[in-house]
Design a protein around this ligand. Structure first.
Ligand code: ZN
Length: 501
């Protein structure tokens, strides 16, 4: 139909232009984290370039004609193909989200966030929460104002959840987390009280070059395509990507070789998702990830369900020992496997094990929700943080720097993101169960160094879908069941109870 073509073609051309601007911006950000020479002039230039590009990007994303094309297409909704319907639905969402925010508000919030970030970095260094509190309060107030612009009237926090995982809301997360918490708290206690102690701190002096070579072998074997990607060193591991290319980062420490190995598998999992999105639709929502929780399910599944399994290590252990002959000579196979699956209490979320990590997320979600509802005053945050840590994990953090100020998220006005990590874990476990029903030989494959069936299953069921389904619909579509913590609990019990009697 001509009326459709006349609007759909210019719309997708504009979406591709936005994609090119966006990916140029992330390339500059990648350069900032990975390659930037030390002189102040370089940081200044890169910051200015990113700022200029961000303005151009915002202007391109909020052009009035996008609204005109969308309105015309929405009138012919039933005559659109299913793919076109997805593009129109998601382009409408993106356009409205950006166009509803006044430019002066965006500028005001950006400036406030940047100030809060610098104050937080200093406050964390000095363990001085009081100096950060007013800036955190301002970040929350501005975020509440933003929810109001977006017309989230019933519960402003819903907007922040929906930002990262479209279609999810506070009530749903609340229900899922309550169910998880009920099972997880006693399970963690049971594992920690076990006389079978394990530790991940048994490694010493693993040469960085050998670590780099080994982990590249591992991620290449699981399917990470180095002809379209690279891995570099940065302060924090991250992944940026699309169907054409992908960049991941890691960091090395001679005494913590498993950190760089598992964070690389994790980031490669994100990368496999991006690289597996359908290239023929690049630049449109059909070639974009659903949201943060689905993204996290992809990284977690490779890192945990695959990477910490017996089958995986049956294949890799001889190669690991070959690479680190001297370093591993006093560590027997069972001690190594237990170190890979060690559980111990850590006040720091990012250093936590797979089991306790979820409780760190429930802690943040609970407090964030209360802060947004006005039920918790920012001045009372440290006390609330410490007492909730005590009831969930059974200890009190040694300081606010290692407690409520440890994460960058709130300083950076990144609210509503934490739940995605835990929802991703639930989803990973659910996908893992479903994949194993369809492909009962998966762990035997891993033991043979064959990861193609696993990747093929994810490609077919998750990656190739782009944004066709929203988070909860995708889970139902693939697993036949709604999102729930049950599979995660089953998986954690199966993995950890035998190790900890
Ligand atoms: Zn991740």
């Amino acid at each position: 139909m001509k009326a459709i073509e006349d609007n759909y073609i210019p719309l997708t051309e504009q979406l591709k232009k936005i994609f090119y601007l966006f990916t140029s911006q992330w390339l500059l950000e990648w350069d900032q984290q990975v390659n930037l020479p030390g002189a102040e002039s370089c940081a200044k230039l890169r910051g200015a370039q990113i700022g200029a590009l961000a303005e151009t990007l915002h202007a391109a994303s909020t052009e009035e004609r996008i609204h005109t094309w969308l309105k015309a297409l929405e009138k012919h909704h039933d005559a659109l193909t299913p793919d076109q319907q997805v593009v129109v639905r998601e382009a409408r969402r993106d356009y409205d989200l950006k166009a509803k925010l006044p430019a002066d508000f965006v500028a005001k919030k950006k400036k406030a966030t940047s100030e809060a970030f610098h104050v937080w970095a200093e406050a964390r260094k000095n363990n001085d929460y009081a100096s950060f509190a007013p800036y955190l309060k301002r970040n929350i107030d501005l975020s509440l104002e933003e929810s109001a612009y977006q017309e989230f009237k019933d519960n402003p926090y819903d907007y922040w959840i929906d930002q990262f995982d479209p279609g999810l809301d506070t009530q749903t997360v609340d229900r899922l987390f309550a169910e998880l918490q009920e099972e997880l708290v006693p399970l963690v206690r049971q594992v920690l009280e076990s006389p079978q102690k394990t530790s991940s701190k048994i490694f010493k002096g693993f040469p960085v070059d050998t670590q780099r070579t080994f982990l590249k072998q591992v991620i290449e074997k699981i399917g990470f395509d180095f002809s379209r990607s690279r891995i570099d060193v940065a302060l924090h591991p991250f992944c940026i990507g699309n169907p054409s290319e992908c960049r991941i980062t890691t960091r090395f420490h001679e005494d913590h070789p498993l950190d760089s190995l598992f964070s690389s598998i994790h980031e490669a999992g994100h990368g496999l998702y991006e690289l597996g999105l359908p290239a023929e639709h690049e630049g449109t929502p059909l070639a974009q990830a659903v949201g943060s929780a689905v993204h996290e399910s992809q990284s977690r599944l490779w890192e945990n369900q695959v990477g910490r399994s017996r089958g995986f290590w049956k294949y890799w252990e001889p190669k690991y020992r070959e690479a680190f002959k001297d370093e591993l000579k006093d560590i027997d196979p069972e001690t190594l496997y237990r170190a890979i699956n060690a559980v111990d209490l850590n006040p720091i979320r990012v250093d936590s094990d797979e089991l306790t990590y979820n409780l760190h997320i429930i802690l943040r979600f609970t407090l964030e929700k209360q802060l947004f509802a006005g039920e918790l005053d920012v001045n009372d945050l440290p006390e609330a943080w410490n007492s909730l840590t005590e009831s969930l994990l059974g200890f009190t953090p040694p300081s606010d720097a290692q407690g409520c100020m440890q994460d960058i998220h709130w300083a950076w006005s990144c609210f509503g993101y934490f739940p995605s990590y835990c929802m991703g874990n639930m989803m990973a476990a659910q996908l893992w169960e479903t994949a194993n029903k369809a492909l009962p030989h998966l762990e035997d494959d891993f033991a043979q160094g064959d990861f193609s069936a696993m990747l093929g299953w994810l490609r077919q069921n998750i990656h190739s879908q782009g944004k066709r389904y929203r988070t909860l619909e995708l889970v139902e579509h693939v697993t036949g069941e709604s999102l729930s913590p049950k599979a995660l609990i089953r998986y954690l019990k199966e993995r950890y109870l035998p190790l900890y009697n």
